[in-house]
Design a protein around this ligand. Structure first.
Ligand code: AMP
Length: 194
């Protein structure tokens, strides 16, 4: 392997980012850093951050940057040689602008941004199904629609930044999980010369 893989998994809620990032994390031996998971854990443990973030997560809104960025920074600074997979961050242009100098400072340039493309009606169905199975509080129908609106208005514009840097790869996420995994691995082998 050449350089350690440093990836951002991008895509709408319900695209399969978390699932695929966990699989790739095992495969690559690189930690999976999910800001949504971090927040859910903090909320369930009723930490100070959890208490401050809870209403935003429940409503399907974005948690304010000041609550999150230091956590992301800590995780990245703490993990070096093996690379990492960021899932759920950055979600706004301002978060992307925060991330970029942090990566320069720690000498860990981004390898690739992988966007899982899944059409809106498909992710709505998937999230409704996930609510039935896992009971995630932010998967209620009204919240699902709000999260998709937030994705389209605040998160999608981030893609252009990475596309302009030549870092963006798009993968069709509207297929069975295993097929998507196979394509992701192929894509990493090509782009990262694994
Ligand atoms: P996720 O598990 O990535 O779908 O995230 C669940 C929820 O956590 C989101 O709907 C937001 O409320 C919050 N969240 C996760 N990542 C971020 C982020 N980068 N910026 C702001 N809020 C976030």
């Amino acid at each position: 392997m050449s350089d350690p893989p440093r990836l951002i998994m991008f895509g709408p809620p319900g695209a399969g980012k978390g699932t695929q990032a966990a699989i790739l994390s095992q495969w690559l031996g690189a930690p999976h850093i999910s800001t949504g998971e971090v927040l859910r854990r903090e909320i369930s443990e009723a930490t100070e951050l959890g208490k401050q973030a809870e209403s935003y997560v429940k409503d399907g809104a974005l948690v304010p940057d000041n609550l999150l960025v230091s956590i992301v920074r800590e995780r990245l600074v703490g993990s070096s040689a093996v690379g990492w997979i960021l899932d759920g961050f950055p979600r706004t242009i301002s978060q992307a602008r925060f991330l970029s100098p942090v990566l320069s400072e720690i000498g860990q340039p981004l390898s690739l941004v992988i966007c899982l493309d899944v059409p809106r009606p498909v992710v709505v169905d998937r999230l409704i199904e996930r609510q039935a199975k896992e009971g995630r509080e932010d998967d209620s129908e009204a919240t699902i629609l709000r999260r998709l609106d937030v994705y389209e208005s605040q998160t999608l514009p981030v893609l252009k930044l990475y596309d302009d840097e030549g870092k963006l790869v798009r993968v069709d996420g509207n297929r069975p999980l295993e097929e998507v995994t196979v394509e992701l691995k192929e894509c990493l082998q090509i782009h990262l010369a694994l």
